[in-house]
Design a protein around this ligand. Structure first.
Ligand code: FAD
Ligand code: FES
Length: 250
């Protein structure tokens, strides 16, 4: 992990309430799919965790929903040329074993962003089947990146585009045909719970990337602790954010 002062290259709206922020680092930083950055925002003592969507050489892109005061400030205050304090890369990220060739990615809401990095990382070497859920058509973004998958199903809650329903429902309708070797997922808790119960007993490894409130992002403050099914606890920032789906209480 490094603490860097990055330079903002672009910070723009890409869908309803969603922005994409690209910044330049002083040197190329290797980032694995599913790892995240902690972004310092002027006037806020705590950095905000955001998944890395793309890391290409010295250019890093994160995408974020304007959820509260911090992300609203990030959208309004940081334009091209501004300096940004960033911790990067953080967390374990997704891991797909060599023998796992057919990979299903199931995302919802801002949970699609870490999955974009997984699609980018594995599109060349694996068959990716992507199920991405949005509230409605106006919230859909990063189409070009999602289309790197061998198959892409877009699901919308209101049916304004693609499958009407959740990405988990769309995926479960296809699972028999797709026969994934592994499933990677990120999204709101109810979505992850639905996936967990639908996957139970199928014998297919599945991994979820969790979103917990964070303080330090580096394993020191214990703000992000989650409960494991074996009764132990884990730090989402350091031991995660990616966990085997049966390992964590959702
Ligand atoms: C590993 C990880 C990756 C994430 N990746 C993305 C992403 O790619 N795109 C995206 O839009 N969002 C992502 N989030 C959620 C994002 O961090 C929060 O939406 C953001 O911190 C909200 O900050 P705020 O100041 O706007 O909101 P406020 O609600 O004002 O924040 C108050 C405090 O709560 C924390 N907080 C609030 N909501 C969350 C949340 N859901 N998760 C963690 N901390 C939260 C903030 O960091 C801050 O300390 C991620 C969260 C985690 C843990
Ligand atoms: S955020 Fe501090 S330990 Fe995880």
């Amino acid at each position: 992990m490094r603490e860097i002062t990055a330079t903002v290259l672009e910070n723009k709206n890409i869908a309803e309430g969603i922005c994409s922020l690209t910044f330049a680092t002083d040197e190329a930083i290797p980032v694995r799919a599913g790892q995240f950055a902690m972004i310092g925002i002027d006037g806020f003592p705590l950095r905000r965790p955001l998944a890395v969507c793309k890391a290409e050489g010295e250019r890093v892109t994160v995408c974020y929903r304007q959820a509260g005061e911090g992300t609203r400030r990030l959208a309004s205050r940081y334009s091209r040329g501004e300096r940004l304090s960033v911790l990067l890369p953080l967390g374990n990220g997704f891991y797909v074993a060599e023998k796992e060739k057919r990979v299903a990615v199931v995302g919802g809401g801002v949970g699609i962003f870490p999955l974009i990095s997984a699609i980018r990382e594995y599109a060349e070497t694996k068959e990716i089947y992507a199920y991405m859920g949005f509230r409605g058509k106006a919230a859909i973004c990063m189409r070009y990146e999602m289309q790197r998958a061998k198959e892409l199903v877009i699901a919308t809650d209101d049916g304004s585009e693609g499958y009407r329903g959740t990405s988990v429902q769309a995926f479960m309708e296809d699972i028999g045909r797709v026969k994934p070797d592994v499933v990677l997922s990120c999204g709101p808790l109810p979505m992850l719970r639905a996936l967990k119960s639908a996957m139970a007993g199928r014998g297919i490894p599945a991994y979820v990337s969790l979103e917990e409130r964070m303080g330090c992002g580096v394993g020191a403050c214990l703000v992000c602790v989650c409960e494991l099914t074996n009764g132990e606890h884990a730090r989402v920032c350091k031991d995660g954010p990616v966990f085997e789906i049966g390992e964590v209480k959702l």
